[in-house]
Design a protein around this ligand. Structure first.
Ligand code: GYE
Length: 311
């Protein structure tokens, strides 16, 4: 138990702890990899992982957390589908003295309702994408279409804001259409088809900014079917760094991605082990790196390096 661990103070004795993981779903390749790596990390560390797939619904996540609390798990991992509406259930976990670690998305709730949050600076990711595009197009006019992530999710809100910050000073760059593709390949393709139709068969579009790679991959398909060359006729910048986008970059069909590590569980479990050992409270935000990759950064090699990572 956590109390015994507190006495021995040995993190290795975290073995046998039960961790509940409320995952959003499997909307993207990135998310599938995060799930795989969480299972792997839990297994390596000897935890029992209770996995719950919410199929994109917050109500399912709230029900899963309540069931974890009722079971008396030693910790809860939560990847929150949307940013709002978590106060009550997080308060319940706190009253049950079960530490909660947030993974990859943020919540609007007060910081004292969770132990820590592991994730990237989502606004910064959008800025990196926007700065890349501004530099790439230079002085020419560029009409941009945007595929947003899940409505109300912190990555959709923040990646939009960051990109807008980055292009604000460039009057030649304009977002002409922006719609959600819910972080999925299928909806990325569908929404891109409607953008292409509305924009002179795509001939009036200079660039696509997609809040994740999966939507970009779907959009690439739509662009090809419309008879245009993705990566040339329409520049493509997105976020995550999944193997498929590196393949697209290697083929010249995508231009840039901002990498997000799918290993959120590693830092989360380290923070939990420190807490279990002697009540150590980690910083409230454990920030992962955001690195830009372009076609010049050996995308074929980057594909090889990632293809077995659980994607
Ligand atoms: O970028 C996307 C996913 O929450 C930051 O969710 C994460 C995002 C990730 O489905 O692919």
């Amino acid at each position: 138990s956590a109390a015994m661990l507190a006495m021995t103070g040995t993190a290795a004795l975290a073995e046998g702890e039960t961790v509940g993981f409320s995952q959003i779903g499997s909307e993207s390749g990135w998310r599938a990899a995060e799930t795989t790596l969480t299972r792997l990390q839990a297994e390596e560390r000897g935890y029992r992982l209770q996995f719950s797939d919410a199929q994109q619904r917050q109500e399912n996540q709230i029900a899963a957390i309540r069931s974890f609390i009722a079971q008396g798990v030693d910790a809860i991992l939560l990847a929150p589908v949307v940013a709002t509406g978590w106060d009550s259930v997080l308060q319940e976990a706190k009253e049950a003295e079960i530490p909660v670690v947030l993974l990859d998305r943020q919540v609007d709730s007060s910081e004292d309702l969770y132990l820590t949050a592991v994730g990237s600076n989502l606004v910064h990711e959008g800025e990196v994408a926007g700065e890349w595009l501004a530099a790439e197009v230079g002085e020419r006019d560029c009409r941009i279409v945007e595929l947003q992530g899940t409505t109300g999710s912190s990555p959709a809100i923040d990646r939009k804001a960051g990109f807008e910050n980055a292009i604000a000073a460039h009057e030649n760059l304009t977002i002409v259409r922006s719609q959600t593709g819910d972080f999925t390949r299928a909806q990325g393709k569908e929404v891109m088809e409607s953008f292409l139709q509305a924009e002179n068969g795509g001939r009036d579009i200079c660039a696509l900014y997609a809040h994740n790679d999966d939507m970009a991959v779907g959009a690439i398909q739509a662009i090809k079917e419309a008879g245009l060359k993705p990566g040339e006729d329409i520049l493509i910048v997105s976020i995550d760094g999944v193997p498929d986008i590196f393949q697209a970059m290697a083929a010249g069909e995508a231009n840039a991605t901002v990498e997000l590590t799918p290993n959120m569980a590693g830092p989360a479990f380290d923070a939990l082990e420190a807490f279990w050992a002697d009540g150590t409270l980690s910083e409230k935000f454990i920030q992962t790196e955001s690195k830009l990759f372009t076609q010049a950064d050996d995308p074929a090699g980057e594909y090889e390096a990632r293809k077995d990572l659980g994607y």
